[in-house]
Design a protein around this ligand. Structure first.
Ligand code: FE2
Ligand code: FE2
Length: 212
């Protein structure tokens, strides 16, 4: 099952080819952020040992991904630097409800979309970038597909427990997510939208957010 309604625009892929160093620095940030989000969820839902176990494993895996990206950054002689995050995750998080039990369902849905988009981006980046970065992206693709499923399963579990129907919320997140990916974006990042000022190209690949 795919959650995503929009494929990565051609113009974004072209920008990624032009700015591979920036892409890798932001990718390293994404891996750190994915780990810290998983840790934050362990604190927020400390009473749920199923959730905390899954998030603990996820945080460790994301940190291993960070180490792989950091090794590549060093190997390629790229100078690391601080980078402000793009709009994507922050805008998605604005949809998260403020009170439970909706909040937990939304947080898990939000995680599922971010992981699904990472998965889709790795699939298009691997052949487009090539070289050692392309190899790394190809290797990370399957992991992100697993992570997407972990979050989606936790969302369904939280929703079932609370008697909430998940599908309408999936639609709400899917709509915003597609807008953020397809709409013009002034800032280029791993999860950014179509580069502003560049016409959005034809969709070159089917949307892939899971190996199925
Ligand atoms: Fe990762
Ligand atoms: Fe991930």
């Amino acid at each position: 099952m795919s959650l995503l309604r929009a494929a990565t625009p051609e113009a974004w892929i072209a920008k990624a080819r032009d700015l591979p160093h920036l892409l890798l620095i932001d990718h390293a940030n994404c891996e750190k952020k994915a780990a810290s989000t998983a840790l934050a969820l362990m604190f927020a839902y400390a009473e749920d040992l199923v959730l905390t176990d899954k998030m603990s494993r996820l945080a460790r895996e994301e940190l291993r991904h960070y180490e792989q990206v950091a090794k590549l950054i060093k190997g390629l002689g790229i100078r690391p630097r601080r980078l402000a995050p793009g709009r994507y995750a922050e805008r998605m998080r604005r949809l998260v409800g403020s009170s439970e039990p909706q909040r937990e369902v939304d947080l898990m849905i939000c995680g599922a979309f971010i992981e699904a988009r990472s998965c889709e981006r790795f699939a298009v980046l691997a052949p487009a970038i090539g070289g050692p970065a392309g190899e790394l992206f190809a290797g990370l693709h399957a992991a992100e597909a697993r992570h997407f499923k972990v979050y989606l399963d936790l969302a369904r579990r939280a929703a079932d427990r609370a008697g909430i129907t998940i599908e309408p919320r999936l639609q709400v997140f899917a709509k915003l997510e597609a807008e953020l990916i397809s709409g013009p974006d002034e800032v280029f990042r791993f999860h950014s939208g179509a580069p502003a000022g560049v016409p959005v190209g034809a969709i070159s690949t089917p949307v892939r957010s899971s190996p199925s």
